[in-house]
Design a protein around this ligand. Structure first.
Ligand code: ZN
Length: 218
């Protein structure tokens, strides 16, 4: 996509290839949406949740921000676009799953680890600081790990920080406790084209098995 005109041509392609060929499907979406899953993903242009998870319009309620972060209830400042979207998804759409999707080579997490790289970018500094507990934890646990390992672990840890932060909102915590809402942590490796899912039992991100029917959200 080299220029804006290509984007407009892209819409015509969408209309011819999808909209006009699947009128019933798109008519069903006109009046309402009923997604079961909310995905919080990074703004990164390489990490498109609908593409990666093979979802059609109407299936995912998507929030994208730098590094796929959710602020703790004590950090959130009004107005908050992130929390307004989560509140709408949880309270209004009654979504059943929240997925936080992190990824490798994340510029936001790079900024957290290398603050000099975002020294003049104050909004980004403030935002990625949400994930600082992940970095602090690593500094305490693994002071001598390589930069590559530190980055990967921080990217994964940031996803878990966001999951923890989701639980700081009573209306999310209550639904999780009741079993009507489930939280999931995913991590996409750009180099390998692999998706990893956090296993609370193993306390690690494990690659998805390639077995049909497995790894669907429970
Ligand atoms: Zn990112």
């Amino acid at each position: 996509m080299e220029n804006f005109h290509q984007l407009l041509a892209g819409f015509h392609h969408f209309k011819q290839k999808y909209f006009l060929k699947e009128r019933d499907f798109f008519e069903s979406l006109e009046k309402q949406q009923n997604p079961k899953t909310l995905v919080i993903s990074c703004c990164d242009s390489r990490v498109d949740p609908a593409l990666l998870l093979n979802c059609k319009p109407g299936e995912l309620f998507v929030i994208r921000n730098v590094a796929a972060l959710v602020p703790d209830v004590s950090q959130v400042k009004a107005p908050s676009s992130v929390m307004a979207a989560i509140e709408y998804g949880v309270k209004h759409l009654n979504i059943e799953h929240i997925v936080v999707l992190g990824h490798s080579n994340c510029g936001g997490i790079h900024g957290l680890i290398e603050p000099a790289s975002i020294a003049s970018e104050t909004y980004i500094q403030d935002w990625v600081a949400i994930a600082s507990p992940a970095l602090e934890r690593l500094k305490n646990l693994t002071a001598d790990e390589t930069h590559i390992c530190r980055t990967r672990h921080c990217e994964e840890g940031a996803v878990l920080v966001s999951l923890d932060n989701l639980l700081s909102y009573p209306w999310i915590y209550e639904r999780v406790e009741q079993g009507t809402l489930k939280l999931h942590a995913l991590y996409y490796d750009l180099r390998e084209g692999e998706l990893f899912r956090f296993s609370p039992d193993r306390e690690d991100f494990l690659p998805l098995k390639r077995v049909p029917g497995e790894n669907h959200l429970p």
